[in-house]
Design a protein around this ligand. Structure first.
Ligand SMILES: Cc1cc2nc3c(=O)[nH]c(=O)nc-3n(C[C@H](O)[C@H](O)[C@H](O)COP(=O)(O)OP(=O)(O)OC[C@H]3O[C@@H](n4cnc5c(N)ncnc54)[C@H](O)[C@@H]3O)c2cc1C
Length: 400
Protein backbone atom coordinates (compact mmCIF):
# COMPACT_ATOMS: atom_id res chain seq x y z
CA UNK A 1 0.00 0.00 0.00
CA UNK A 2 1.27 3.49 -0.84
CA UNK A 3 1.63 6.01 1.97
CA UNK A 4 2.23 9.78 1.98
CA UNK A 5 5.53 9.37 3.85
CA UNK A 6 8.30 10.19 1.36
CA UNK A 7 10.87 8.26 3.41
CA UNK A 8 8.72 5.10 3.61
CA UNK A 9 6.51 5.32 0.53
CA UNK A 10 4.96 1.85 0.95
CA UNK A 11 4.36 -0.69 3.70
CA UNK A 12 7.08 -2.81 2.14
CA UNK A 13 9.61 0.03 2.45
CA UNK A 14 8.63 0.54 6.07
CA UNK A 15 9.06 -3.17 6.77
CA UNK A 16 12.54 -3.15 5.24
CA UNK A 17 13.50 -0.12 7.33
CA UNK A 18 12.27 -1.71 10.55
CA UNK A 19 13.94 -5.01 9.76
CA UNK A 20 17.32 -3.37 9.07
CA UNK A 21 16.98 -1.08 12.09
CA UNK A 22 16.40 -4.08 14.37
CA UNK A 23 19.29 -5.98 12.78
CA UNK A 24 21.57 -2.98 13.26
CA UNK A 25 20.64 -2.61 16.90
CA UNK A 26 21.04 -6.28 17.70
CA UNK A 27 24.04 -7.31 15.59
CA UNK A 28 25.79 -4.44 13.80
CA UNK A 29 26.21 -1.92 16.61
CA UNK A 30 27.85 -4.30 19.11
CA UNK A 31 30.70 -5.13 16.70
CA UNK A 32 31.20 -1.81 14.91
CA UNK A 33 33.97 -0.28 17.02
CA UNK A 34 35.94 -3.53 17.31
CA UNK A 35 35.98 -4.22 13.56
CA UNK A 36 37.00 -0.63 12.87
CA UNK A 37 39.90 -0.97 15.27
CA UNK A 38 40.93 -4.34 13.81
CA UNK A 39 40.51 -3.05 10.22
CA UNK A 40 38.57 -6.23 9.52
CA UNK A 41 35.55 -7.08 7.39
CA UNK A 42 32.92 -9.03 9.33
CA UNK A 43 32.22 -11.71 6.75
CA UNK A 44 29.95 -13.84 8.95
CA UNK A 45 27.73 -10.89 9.79
CA UNK A 46 27.70 -9.88 6.14
CA UNK A 47 26.41 -13.28 5.10
CA UNK A 48 23.48 -12.83 7.48
CA UNK A 49 22.31 -9.97 5.24
CA UNK A 50 21.75 -12.68 2.61
CA UNK A 51 19.39 -14.53 4.94
CA UNK A 52 17.41 -11.30 5.34
CA UNK A 53 17.09 -10.99 1.56
CA UNK A 54 19.14 -7.79 1.47
CA UNK A 55 22.14 -8.85 -0.64
CA UNK A 56 20.02 -9.06 -3.77
CA UNK A 57 17.83 -6.11 -2.82
CA UNK A 58 17.28 -4.76 -6.34
CA UNK A 59 17.78 -8.02 -8.28
CA UNK A 60 14.77 -9.79 -9.81
CA UNK A 61 12.97 -12.28 -7.59
CA UNK A 62 13.26 -15.06 -10.19
CA UNK A 63 17.05 -15.04 -9.65
CA UNK A 64 16.93 -14.93 -5.85
CA UNK A 65 16.65 -11.15 -5.38
CA UNK A 66 14.06 -9.03 -3.60
CA UNK A 67 13.04 -7.02 -6.69
CA UNK A 68 12.98 -3.70 -4.84
CA UNK A 69 13.67 -0.15 -6.02
CA UNK A 70 16.12 2.71 -5.50
CA UNK A 71 14.23 3.99 -2.45
CA UNK A 72 14.71 0.61 -0.74
CA UNK A 73 18.43 0.88 -1.49
CA UNK A 74 18.51 4.30 0.19
CA UNK A 75 16.68 2.97 3.24
CA UNK A 76 19.12 0.07 3.76
CA UNK A 77 22.24 2.23 3.32
CA UNK A 78 20.86 4.93 5.60
CA UNK A 79 20.04 2.47 8.38
CA UNK A 80 23.34 0.54 8.21
CA UNK A 81 25.33 3.78 8.20
CA UNK A 82 23.76 5.05 11.42
CA UNK A 83 25.95 2.46 13.09
CA UNK A 84 28.69 1.14 10.82
CA UNK A 85 29.42 3.00 7.58
CA UNK A 86 32.37 0.68 6.85
CA UNK A 87 30.09 -2.37 6.90
CA UNK A 88 27.60 -0.41 4.80
CA UNK A 89 30.31 0.35 2.21
CA UNK A 90 31.02 -3.39 1.87
CA UNK A 91 27.27 -3.90 1.41
CA UNK A 92 27.21 -1.18 -1.27
CA UNK A 93 30.11 -2.73 -3.21
CA UNK A 94 28.42 -6.12 -3.22
CA UNK A 95 24.73 -5.28 -3.64
CA UNK A 96 24.93 -2.18 -5.84
CA UNK A 97 28.25 -2.35 -7.68
CA UNK A 98 28.12 -6.06 -8.43
CA UNK A 99 24.56 -7.41 -7.97
CA UNK A 100 22.60 -4.43 -9.29
CA UNK A 101 25.09 -3.96 -12.13
CA UNK A 102 24.56 -7.55 -13.23
CA UNK A 103 20.80 -7.41 -12.73
CA UNK A 104 20.58 -4.35 -14.98
CA UNK A 105 23.23 -5.08 -17.59
CA UNK A 106 23.78 -8.85 -17.69
CA UNK A 107 22.15 -11.39 -20.02
CA UNK A 108 19.50 -13.77 -18.70
CA UNK A 109 22.03 -16.59 -18.91
CA UNK A 110 24.56 -14.61 -16.80
CA UNK A 111 21.88 -13.62 -14.29
CA UNK A 112 20.79 -17.25 -13.92
CA UNK A 113 24.40 -18.34 -13.49
CA UNK A 114 25.63 -15.71 -11.04
CA UNK A 115 22.77 -13.95 -9.26
CA UNK A 116 21.57 -16.77 -6.97
CA UNK A 117 25.08 -17.12 -5.45
CA UNK A 118 25.54 -13.40 -4.76
CA UNK A 119 21.95 -12.85 -3.58
CA UNK A 120 22.26 -15.58 -0.98
CA UNK A 121 25.69 -14.46 0.25
CA UNK A 122 27.41 -17.65 -0.86
CA UNK A 123 29.58 -15.50 -3.17
CA UNK A 124 30.98 -12.06 -2.33
CA UNK A 125 31.19 -9.61 -5.21
CA UNK A 126 33.01 -6.39 -6.05
CA UNK A 127 33.46 -3.91 -8.90
CA UNK A 128 36.87 -3.03 -10.32
CA UNK A 129 37.14 0.22 -12.25
CA UNK A 130 39.90 2.30 -10.59
CA UNK A 131 43.58 1.64 -11.19
CA UNK A 132 46.82 2.73 -9.52
CA UNK A 133 47.25 5.54 -12.10
CA UNK A 134 43.64 6.24 -13.03
CA UNK A 135 40.58 7.22 -10.95
CA UNK A 136 38.39 10.12 -12.07
CA UNK A 137 39.74 9.80 -15.61
CA UNK A 138 38.43 6.21 -15.71
CA UNK A 139 38.29 5.91 -19.48
CA UNK A 140 42.09 6.24 -19.63
CA UNK A 141 42.45 2.88 -17.87
CA UNK A 142 45.33 0.66 -18.92
CA UNK A 143 43.95 -2.79 -18.04
CA UNK A 144 43.44 -4.69 -21.30
CA UNK A 145 41.36 -7.64 -22.42
CA UNK A 146 42.45 -9.45 -25.55
CA UNK A 147 40.29 -11.96 -27.38
CA UNK A 148 41.91 -15.36 -27.86
CA UNK A 149 41.52 -17.69 -30.85
CA UNK A 150 39.04 -19.89 -28.97
CA UNK A 151 36.86 -16.87 -28.06
CA UNK A 152 38.06 -16.64 -24.45
CA UNK A 153 39.56 -13.35 -23.13
CA UNK A 154 42.95 -12.64 -21.58
CA UNK A 155 42.95 -9.80 -19.03
CA UNK A 156 46.13 -7.97 -17.98
CA UNK A 157 46.36 -5.10 -15.51
CA UNK A 158 45.95 -3.96 -11.92
CA UNK A 159 42.87 -2.57 -10.23
CA UNK A 160 43.25 -0.37 -7.15
CA UNK A 161 41.05 0.52 -4.16
CA UNK A 162 38.60 -2.31 -4.71
CA UNK A 163 36.09 -2.64 -1.87
CA UNK A 164 35.54 -6.35 -1.08
CA UNK A 165 38.47 -7.11 -3.42
CA UNK A 166 39.69 -9.44 -0.69
CA UNK A 167 37.39 -10.92 1.90
CA UNK A 168 39.75 -11.66 4.79
CA UNK A 169 43.17 -10.82 6.22
CA UNK A 170 44.81 -13.73 4.39
CA UNK A 171 44.22 -12.07 1.02
CA UNK A 172 41.49 -14.41 -0.23
CA UNK A 173 40.13 -12.70 -3.36
CA UNK A 174 36.48 -11.77 -3.87
CA UNK A 175 34.46 -14.67 -5.25
CA UNK A 176 33.39 -12.65 -8.24
CA UNK A 177 34.54 -9.40 -9.86
CA UNK A 178 32.76 -7.03 -12.23
CA UNK A 179 35.70 -5.60 -14.15
CA UNK A 180 36.17 -2.99 -16.86
CA UNK A 181 39.00 -3.39 -19.38
CA UNK A 182 40.18 -1.80 -22.61
CA UNK A 183 39.42 -3.90 -25.69
CA UNK A 184 40.46 -1.47 -28.43
CA UNK A 185 40.02 2.07 -29.71
CA UNK A 186 36.74 3.47 -31.10
CA UNK A 187 36.18 5.54 -34.31
CA UNK A 188 36.94 8.76 -32.40
CA UNK A 189 40.28 7.44 -31.15
CA UNK A 190 39.03 6.90 -27.59
CA UNK A 191 39.57 3.75 -25.55
CA UNK A 192 36.83 1.23 -26.15
CA UNK A 193 35.96 -0.33 -22.77
CA UNK A 194 34.22 -3.65 -22.20
CA UNK A 195 32.80 -5.35 -19.14
CA UNK A 196 33.76 -8.83 -17.90
CA UNK A 197 33.02 -11.09 -14.98
CA UNK A 198 36.01 -12.80 -13.36
CA UNK A 199 35.34 -15.73 -11.05
CA UNK A 200 37.39 -16.98 -8.13
CA UNK A 201 39.86 -19.62 -9.29
CA UNK A 202 40.42 -18.00 -12.71
CA UNK A 203 44.08 -18.40 -13.72
CA UNK A 204 46.05 -15.19 -13.17
CA UNK A 205 43.51 -13.54 -10.81
CA UNK A 206 44.89 -12.66 -7.36
CA UNK A 207 45.06 -10.04 -4.63
CA UNK A 208 48.08 -7.73 -4.86
CA UNK A 209 47.59 -6.29 -1.39
CA UNK A 210 44.98 -5.58 1.23
CA UNK A 211 45.23 -1.83 1.70
CA UNK A 212 45.73 -1.02 5.38
CA UNK A 213 45.69 2.10 7.53
CA UNK A 214 42.79 3.86 5.84
CA UNK A 215 41.47 6.99 7.58
CA UNK A 216 37.99 5.52 7.83
CA UNK A 217 35.74 2.78 6.43
CA UNK A 218 38.11 0.39 8.15
CA UNK A 219 35.44 -2.30 8.58
CA UNK A 220 35.43 -2.76 4.81
CA UNK A 221 38.31 -4.46 3.04
CA UNK A 222 39.99 -2.50 0.27
CA UNK A 223 42.36 -4.32 -2.06
CA UNK A 224 44.55 -4.07 -5.10
CA UNK A 225 43.64 -6.82 -7.58
CA UNK A 226 46.08 -8.27 -10.09
CA UNK A 227 45.15 -9.78 -13.45
CA UNK A 228 48.16 -11.46 -14.97
CA UNK A 229 47.28 -13.25 -18.22
CA UNK A 230 43.95 -13.96 -16.56
CA UNK A 231 41.83 -16.15 -18.81
CA UNK A 232 38.06 -15.98 -18.70
CA UNK A 233 35.47 -17.67 -20.94
CA UNK A 234 33.68 -15.83 -23.77
CA UNK A 235 30.41 -16.25 -21.85
CA UNK A 236 31.74 -13.90 -19.14
CA UNK A 237 31.79 -10.80 -21.32
CA UNK A 238 28.80 -8.61 -20.41
CA UNK A 239 26.92 -7.08 -23.34
CA UNK A 240 28.63 -6.18 -26.59
CA UNK A 241 32.31 -5.37 -26.93
CA UNK A 242 32.77 -1.65 -26.16
CA UNK A 243 29.47 -1.25 -24.28
CA UNK A 244 30.95 -0.72 -20.81
CA UNK A 245 30.47 3.04 -20.85
CA UNK A 246 26.71 2.53 -20.64
CA UNK A 247 27.12 0.03 -17.77
CA UNK A 248 29.37 2.46 -15.89
CA UNK A 249 27.05 5.42 -16.36
CA UNK A 250 23.96 3.54 -15.19
CA UNK A 251 25.68 2.05 -12.20
CA UNK A 252 27.43 5.22 -11.07
CA UNK A 253 24.00 6.81 -10.55
CA UNK A 254 22.79 4.20 -8.05
CA UNK A 255 26.27 4.13 -6.48
CA UNK A 256 26.14 7.89 -5.85
CA UNK A 257 22.60 7.64 -4.51
CA UNK A 258 23.65 4.89 -2.08
CA UNK A 259 26.75 6.82 -0.97
CA UNK A 260 24.57 9.89 -0.36
CA UNK A 261 22.20 7.68 1.66
CA UNK A 262 25.18 6.68 3.78
CA UNK A 263 25.72 10.39 4.45
CA UNK A 264 22.13 10.56 5.77
CA UNK A 265 22.81 7.71 8.21
CA UNK A 266 26.01 9.36 9.45
CA UNK A 267 24.23 12.71 9.86
CA UNK A 268 21.27 11.19 11.69
CA UNK A 269 23.43 9.42 14.25
CA UNK A 270 25.67 12.46 14.74
CA UNK A 271 22.69 14.72 15.25
CA UNK A 272 21.15 12.32 17.78
CA UNK A 273 24.43 12.16 19.67
CA UNK A 274 24.95 15.93 19.90
CA UNK A 275 21.30 16.59 20.69
CA UNK A 276 21.33 14.15 23.62
CA UNK A 277 24.68 15.37 24.91
CA UNK A 278 23.56 18.99 24.86
CA UNK A 279 21.10 18.15 27.66
CA UNK A 280 23.36 15.83 29.62
CA UNK A 281 26.38 18.13 29.83
CA UNK A 282 26.32 21.01 32.28
CA UNK A 283 28.73 23.96 32.23
CA UNK A 284 28.63 27.27 34.07
CA UNK A 285 25.49 26.11 35.89
CA UNK A 286 23.36 25.19 32.90
CA UNK A 287 22.96 22.63 30.14
CA UNK A 288 25.25 23.41 27.21
CA UNK A 289 22.08 23.43 25.01
CA UNK A 290 21.52 26.95 26.37
CA UNK A 291 24.68 28.35 24.80
CA UNK A 292 24.16 30.12 21.48
CA UNK A 293 27.23 28.55 19.86
CA UNK A 294 25.96 25.03 20.67
CA UNK A 295 22.57 26.03 19.27
CA UNK A 296 24.26 26.99 16.04
CA UNK A 297 25.89 23.54 15.74
CA UNK A 298 22.59 21.77 16.38
CA UNK A 299 20.37 24.11 14.37
CA UNK A 300 22.54 24.08 11.24
CA UNK A 301 22.96 20.31 11.44
CA UNK A 302 19.21 19.78 11.69
CA UNK A 303 18.50 21.96 8.64
CA UNK A 304 21.22 20.31 6.54
CA UNK A 305 20.12 16.81 7.58
CA UNK A 306 16.51 17.52 6.64
CA UNK A 307 17.47 19.11 3.34
CA UNK A 308 19.74 16.25 2.30
CA UNK A 309 17.22 13.61 3.31
CA UNK A 310 14.41 15.21 1.28
CA UNK A 311 16.63 15.73 -1.80
CA UNK A 312 17.92 12.15 -1.65
CA UNK A 313 14.54 10.46 -1.24
CA UNK A 314 13.09 12.66 -3.98
CA UNK A 315 15.93 11.60 -6.30
CA UNK A 316 15.45 7.94 -5.36
CA UNK A 317 11.72 8.18 -6.11
CA UNK A 318 12.50 9.31 -9.66
CA UNK A 319 15.38 6.91 -10.30
CA UNK A 320 14.71 3.97 -12.56
CA UNK A 321 17.35 1.29 -12.20
CA UNK A 322 17.36 -0.02 -15.75
CA UNK A 323 18.14 3.27 -17.48
CA UNK A 324 20.51 6.18 -16.96
CA UNK A 325 19.63 9.87 -17.22
CA UNK A 326 19.67 10.81 -13.52
CA UNK A 327 23.22 12.13 -13.37
CA UNK A 328 22.39 15.75 -12.54
CA UNK A 329 20.72 14.76 -9.27
CA UNK A 330 22.81 11.70 -8.41
CA UNK A 331 25.81 14.05 -8.54
CA UNK A 332 23.86 16.82 -6.82
CA UNK A 333 22.87 14.75 -3.80
CA UNK A 334 26.31 13.30 -3.35
CA UNK A 335 27.97 16.71 -3.68
CA UNK A 336 25.68 18.23 -1.04
CA UNK A 337 25.13 15.35 1.38
CA UNK A 338 28.70 14.09 1.77
CA UNK A 339 30.26 17.38 2.83
CA UNK A 340 27.22 18.16 4.99
CA UNK A 341 27.59 14.76 6.73
CA UNK A 342 31.29 15.40 7.36
CA UNK A 343 30.44 18.80 8.84
CA UNK A 344 27.61 17.40 10.97
CA UNK A 345 29.86 14.67 12.40
CA UNK A 346 32.47 17.37 13.04
CA UNK A 347 29.95 19.53 14.90
CA UNK A 348 28.82 16.52 16.96
CA UNK A 349 32.42 15.98 18.01
CA UNK A 350 32.77 19.67 18.86
CA UNK A 351 29.59 19.69 20.96
CA UNK A 352 30.76 16.58 22.82
CA UNK A 353 34.21 18.00 23.55
CA UNK A 354 36.81 15.43 24.68
CA UNK A 355 34.23 12.62 24.81
CA UNK A 356 33.47 13.15 21.14
CA UNK A 357 37.11 12.49 20.36
CA UNK A 358 37.18 8.90 21.63
CA UNK A 359 35.83 5.72 20.06
CA UNK A 360 33.25 4.80 22.69
CA UNK A 361 31.11 7.81 21.76
CA UNK A 362 30.98 6.79 18.06
CA UNK A 363 31.09 10.19 16.35
CA UNK A 364 34.88 10.15 15.84
CA UNK A 365 34.42 7.01 13.71
CA UNK A 366 31.55 8.56 11.76
CA UNK A 367 33.71 11.65 11.18
CA UNK A 368 36.54 9.52 9.76
CA UNK A 369 34.15 7.43 7.66
CA UNK A 370 32.37 10.49 6.26
CA UNK A 371 35.51 11.77 4.52
CA UNK A 372 35.59 8.82 2.11
CA UNK A 373 32.19 9.82 0.75
CA UNK A 374 33.79 12.97 -0.72
CA UNK A 375 36.23 10.79 -2.69
CA UNK A 376 34.83 7.33 -3.49
CA UNK A 377 32.29 6.85 -6.28
CA UNK A 378 33.37 10.20 -7.70
CA UNK A 379 35.18 13.10 -6.07
CA UNK A 380 33.46 16.37 -5.19
CA UNK A 381 35.27 17.97 -8.12
CA UNK A 382 33.90 15.40 -10.56
CA UNK A 383 30.36 16.13 -9.34
CA UNK A 384 30.93 19.86 -9.82
CA UNK A 385 32.19 19.17 -13.32
CA UNK A 386 29.27 16.89 -14.25
CA UNK A 387 26.59 19.20 -12.85
CA UNK A 388 27.99 22.18 -14.73
CA UNK A 389 28.18 20.16 -17.95
CA UNK A 390 24.62 18.83 -17.58
CA UNK A 391 23.21 22.28 -16.85
CA UNK A 392 24.89 23.65 -19.98
CA UNK A 393 23.16 20.93 -21.99
CA UNK A 394 19.80 21.32 -20.23
CA UNK A 395 19.40 24.76 -18.60
CA UNK A 396 15.65 24.17 -18.18
CA UNK A 397 16.42 21.58 -15.51
CA UNK A 398 16.64 24.59 -13.17
CA UNK A 399 12.97 25.37 -13.85
CA UNK A 400 11.64 21.83 -13.41
C1 LIG B 1 38.15 3.27 0.58
C2 LIG B 1 38.00 3.33 -0.91
C3 LIG B 1 37.17 2.41 -1.55
C4 LIG B 1 37.05 2.42 -2.94
N1 LIG B 1 36.30 1.43 -3.58
C5 LIG B 1 36.36 1.32 -4.94
C6 LIG B 1 35.76 0.20 -5.60
O1 LIG B 1 35.14 -0.67 -4.99
N2 LIG B 1 35.91 0.10 -6.96
C7 LIG B 1 36.59 1.03 -7.69
O2 LIG B 1 36.70 0.88 -8.89
N3 LIG B 1 37.16 2.12 -7.08
C8 LIG B 1 37.07 2.27 -5.73
N4 LIG B 1 37.66 3.36 -5.11
C9 LIG B 1 38.36 4.36 -5.90
C10 LIG B 1 37.65 5.69 -5.96
O3 LIG B 1 36.50 5.59 -6.77
C11 LIG B 1 38.67 6.72 -6.47
O4 LIG B 1 39.56 6.96 -5.39
C12 LIG B 1 38.03 8.00 -6.94
O5 LIG B 1 37.32 7.80 -8.11
C13 LIG B 1 39.09 9.10 -7.18
O6 LIG B 1 40.12 8.61 -7.97
P1 LIG B 1 41.66 8.81 -7.52
O7 LIG B 1 41.76 8.39 -6.10
O8 LIG B 1 42.49 8.09 -8.52
O9 LIG B 1 41.90 10.34 -7.60
P2 LIG B 1 42.18 11.20 -8.93
O10 LIG B 1 41.13 10.93 -9.93
O11 LIG B 1 43.59 11.02 -9.33
O12 LIG B 1 41.98 12.65 -8.37
C14 LIG B 1 42.96 13.38 -7.62
C15 LIG B 1 42.42 14.80 -7.46
O13 LIG B 1 42.31 15.43 -8.76
C16 LIG B 1 40.98 15.88 -8.95
N5 LIG B 1 40.61 15.80 -10.36
C17 LIG B 1 40.78 14.76 -11.23
N6 LIG B 1 40.25 15.07 -12.41
C18 LIG B 1 39.73 16.31 -12.30
C19 LIG B 1 39.04 17.19 -13.21
N7 LIG B 1 38.77 16.85 -14.47
N8 LIG B 1 38.67 18.42 -12.74
C20 LIG B 1 38.93 18.77 -11.45
N9 LIG B 1 39.58 18.01 -10.58
C21 LIG B 1 39.96 16.79 -10.99
C22 LIG B 1 40.13 14.97 -8.09
O14 LIG B 1 38.85 15.52 -7.84
C23 LIG B 1 41.01 14.84 -6.86
O15 LIG B 1 40.85 15.95 -6.05
C24 LIG B 1 37.74 3.40 -3.70
C25 LIG B 1 38.54 4.35 -3.05
C26 LIG B 1 38.69 4.31 -1.68
C27 LIG B 1 39.61 5.31 -1.03
Amino acid sequence: MLTSDMFNPSDEHLMVREMVRNFVEEYVEPQALEYDRLERFNLDLFKQLGELGLLGLTAPEEFGGAGMDATAAVIVHEELSTSDPGFSLAYLAHSMLFVNNLAVNGSDEQKARFLPGVCSGQDIGCMAMSEPDVGTDALSMSTTAEEQKDGSWKINGRKMWITNGCIDDEGTPADIVWIYAKTGVDDRGRNSISTFIVEKGATGYSVGQKIMDKTGMRASNTAELVFDDCIIPAANMVGEEGSALMHMMRNLEIERLALAAMAVGISRRSLQAMNRYADERQAFGKAIRDFGQIQRHIGESWAEYRAMRAYIYDTARKMTLDSGGHRLDSDGIKLFATTAAKNIADRAMQVMGGYGYVGEYVVERLWRDAKLLEIGGGTLESHQKNITKDLARDPDAILR
